[in-house]
Write a protein that binds this ligand. Sequence first.
Ligand code: GCO
Ligand code: MG
Length: 403
Amino acid sequence: MKITHARVIVCCPGRNFVTLKIETDEGLTGIGDATLNGRELAVASYLSEHVIPCLIGRDAHQIEDIWQYLYRGAYWRRGPVTMSAIAAVDTALWDIKAKAANMPLYQLLGGRSRTGVMVYGHANGRDISQTVEEVLRHKEMGYLAIRAQSGVPGLDKVYGVGKGTTFYEPADADLPGEHDWSSEKYLLHTPRLFEAVRQAVGPDTHLLHDVHHRLTPIEAARLGKSLEPFHLFWMEDATPAENQEAFRLIRQHTTTPLAVGEVFNTIWDCKDLIQNQLIDYIRTTVVHAGGITHLRRIADFAAMFQVRTGCHGATDLSPVCMGAALHFDTWVPNFGVQELMPHNELTNEVFAHAYSFDKGLMHCGETAGHGVEIDEKLAAKYPYQRAYLPVNRLAHDGTLTNW
Ligand code: GCO
Ligand code: MG
């Protein structure tokens, strides 16, 4: 089965998405997500200018060979732009292979390992009482796992707290917004938040929290320790992880489970973290980590060290990534949890999908392929709009810090 055409579709049904569509001489087509929030056009051009010309005429069934060809063949390895482009090709080819086999994608990976995929929802509030309300609302909706983020007294805007409640979308400015940050204020506030949340929600609901790279290792150690009484499912991105060794310090001080990896793009970014058992959950997902082919490699390596998966699933990853990730989650033996941040209605119209939510679990559906399609006519009505993620500056002197 030969690849005859491929094209990149960029659309903005509320936020930007980049999608690769591959066509074959047997009439089967497949799609892959290539969205890299705030840097969308870099991946779109990497695909159109450099990757698509090399795909035409290749055997669509040779997924592994094409992966190696794009990874090694570029000579310049790794990086979010390259790996998102490779991921899009890989996801589209798995979609095609599964359609050719007339099977849902998870069957090709080795079949079903669980009845459904546990997801965590987002409870965001201006303050502690609104966040508690949101947590309880998510529990009512059936969520078994809930991430809680709240505004911090004395800080105007913080990561994870949106204008509305359901659709938190930080990339909404024409140029990057600038927010204030204070680790001291955040460190005083967050244990109070979880004390209130745990008391209200009871012992059974899994609670998660995203530090979003904003603490130093010793600050993160202090937070992890202070959250121990509220037994979190995980504390995410406690400190930046360019230096994987940084997690050793956090680990020495706290038993709060650690998750990291949404910004990683290959196994090399998490090799030390995993083999030294410095983390409990690896957050890489299909679109930013080289597709199903590479994600599977990371998960198998992680399994040897009892590290479980926790795929990133924010709204800036398209439904195509979500669909593919849910097939991966349905199969992967060392599954932990999947993030769910529901897309808006328009996005769901552009990307019709087979997946569904029921009683805290997601189901990937039984449609052949990964079960997500794109309505190109509708997508064309919503052209790309430039948008950036915000940046943080220290509240007391304006020094640029991590957002
Ligand atoms: C998460 C993430 C997101 C990121 C976003 C950046 O845990 O879901 O931290 O909220 O900020 O994906 O594009
Ligand atoms: Mg995160």
